[in-house]
Design a binder for this molecule. Structure first.
Ligand code: MN
Length: 207
């Protein structure tokens, strides 16, 4: 029998106690791609047991329960392209969502045979799952989210635990686990550089 899975929509904060212990998958939906300009509209979070929680924001970003989870140094946060989500979360919720594990960064370190590192590409190749990206560019600030938006948003955190498990094996196989861990440790700082005025600049570059 398939496990019972549900998508829960919450307003402004996560209810206390809805997540099991352990790593959580996290994603955000915003009004656009500039974290300083475009507000955080939705944050998705899942503990990997099957339920997905969507937290919707209007103007109130206090979210004490959610911030406690995101800022918990004992709880790993799994992202796909953590750099963007970390910047959004730092700017709008005022918390550094570390420690971090990023499936996109891991993919770039081990899937060197391709330049396709989107979540859709990873889910297809590593899990054989098709994720629809049709709602990606929709209006996440709308008063009412559509069922299609909610399902899309939830699917962005649904597979991250499983992808991490597979990518961890690949990183170990290629001797790149330590390199990945160092990248994950730096990611919150890369996001801070983006917010501080060094987006798309390699600060280590000579020229
Ligand atoms: Mn997303």
């Amino acid at each position: 029998m398939a496990p019972l899975m549900a998508i829960f929509l919450h307003e402004a904060d996560l209810p206390a106690g809805v997540l099991a212990d352990g790593p959580v998958a996290v994603d955000t939906e915003t009004l656009g791609l500039n974290p300083l300009r475009d507000r955080l509209c939705l944050l998705q979070i899942a503990d990997g047991r099957g339920d997905e929680h969507l937290v919707r924001f209007g103007r109130d970003y206090a979210a004490p329960n959610l911030r406690a989870v995101l800022g918990d140094p004992a709880r790993l946060k799994i992202f796909h392209f953590a750099r963007f989500d970390l910047a959004v979360i730092a700017h709008w919720l005022g918390v550094t969502a570390a420690p971090v594990w990023c499936t996109r960064t891991a993919s770039r370190l081990v899937r060197t045979y391709t330049d396709r590192h989107g979540l859709k590409d990873l889910a297809k190749e590593l899990l054989g799952v098709d994720i629809s990206k049709a709602q990606q560019s929709s209006d996440w600030g709308a008063d009412e989210l559509t069922e299609a938006q909610k399902d899309y948003a939830a699917s962005d955190v649904r597979y991250l635990h499983r992808l991490k498990d597979i990518l961890e094996v690949r990183l170990a196989r290629e001797g790149r686990t330590e390199l990945a861990e160092a990248c994950f440790t730096f990611l919150p700082w890369r996001a801070r550089l983006d917010l501080a005025g060094w987006p798309e600049v390699d600060i280590f570059a000579h020229g």
